[in-house]
Design a protein around this ligand. Structure first.
Ligand code: COA
Ligand code: MG
Length: 293
């Protein structure tokens, strides 16, 4: 079973203080950034800092990811060679526009794994969809490589690429946000939602996160420690939801045994799709360690 990624915290790769802090926050995943969160004249410093952090800090249960610079940039090769020996759990590839970029990176990682005697495929790959071309190529990108575990939607870069203006409602990026979750589901990948840039509006963050969960997203990228808890809470089923899902599945089994596929339950029609949703709730609960069985 794939690991749970409810909140994924971005931290600039050249700021050791923030990485040390992030390592203690119990966030599901940490993304140490070498790309746009790092100034051009700090790229080398960021690679060294991330490699040192990976080698020397304890991260608890937190997944350690490194965001590379995009394919075709002058930095990606050095990003990878400077960090791979420190053995991150995975890499995040930004601004992906073709399946080849994913395969080329995966092949390079595979060679590194073989050379070091690590299990092949052990270093994970998550890709960001955040350009117009990336959205149009979603299907090919999602199917590109078995190392791929998740699609991350990036709204800010996409808006720039489209010439769109970001609004709180987000209709300008809604087509792409939907397309990412559909492609992820079609190819068995996790879908991870965009960042919420407002640092103090926690109600707005919760609202946007609930919408993401309703759309089928299973996690969201965050940029500040205070955003972790509200996001992880939305993606964790409550005890009422877990209990309701269990009762629904039991009721369905009884009706099925009696030869009935669709039935009325607590005032609503229930049939197979609702059962699949209930099973997903239990899977999320199980993954979060809240439910066994
Ligand atoms: N990761 C780890 N620690 C962080 C953090 C992050 N993303 N954002 C803030 N912190 C820490 C700060 O260092 C500070 O620690 P301290 O009290 O020990 O000094 C504390 O949390 C409170 O931070 P605050 O003062 O509220 O924020 P700030 O003004 O220092 O930073 C940002 C604001 C936006 C620069 C910062 O949140 C950040 O760097 N976010 C990530 C940016 C990024 O990676 N962007 C690229 C991907 S979109
Ligand atoms: Mg970006």
């Amino acid at each position: 079973m794939r690991r749970v990624r409810r909140a994924l915290l971005f931290t600039p790769g050249d700021e050791m203080h923030k990485i040390e802090k992030a390592a203690k926050l119990n966030v599901d995943s940490l993304i140490m950034d070498l790309e746009d969160g790092v100034a051009l004249n700090r790229k080398a410093e960021a690679r060294r800092t991330v490699a040192t952090a990976l080698r020397t800090l304890g991260f608890g249960q937190t997944e350690r990811l490194v965001r590379l610079n995009p394919a075709g940039s002058p930095w990606q090769g050095d990003d990878l060679s400077a960090t791979i020996d420190a053995r991150p759990d995975g890499y995040v590839l930004p601004k992906v526009e073709s399946p080849e970029e994913v395969r080329v990176l995966s092949t390079t990682i595979a060679a590194a794994e073989r050379a070091r005697g690590w299990p092949e495929g052990s270093i994970r790959l998550l890709v960001m969809i955040e350009t117009a071309l990336g959205v149009l190529q979603l299907r090919q990108i999602a199917a590109a490589d078995p190392r791929l575990e998740a699609l991350i939607f990036g709204a800010e870069d996409l808006a720039g690429d489209l010439g769109a203006t970001r609004t709180p409602e987000g209709w300008e990026i809604f087509y792409a946000r939907s397309a990412v979750v559909v492609a992820a589901a079609a190819y068995g990948l996790q879908a991870i939602d965009m960042i919420f840039a407002h640092l103090t509006d926690l109600d707005g963050l919760s609202r946007e996160t609930r919408q993401a969960a309703q759309m089928g997203y299973s996690g969201k990228t965050v940029i500040h420690p205070r955003q972790i808890e509200p996001v992880q809470a939305v993606f964790t089923p409550s005890s009422e939801e877990i209990e309701r899902a269990q009762r629904l599945i039991e009721a369905y089994a009884e009706f099925q045994a009696g030869g009935t596929g669709a039935f009325a339950w607590e005032g609503k029609m229930v049939d197979a799709p609702m059962i699949r949703a209930a099973e997903q709730t239990l899977a999320r609960a199980r993954a979060a360690g809240l439910f066994e069985g």
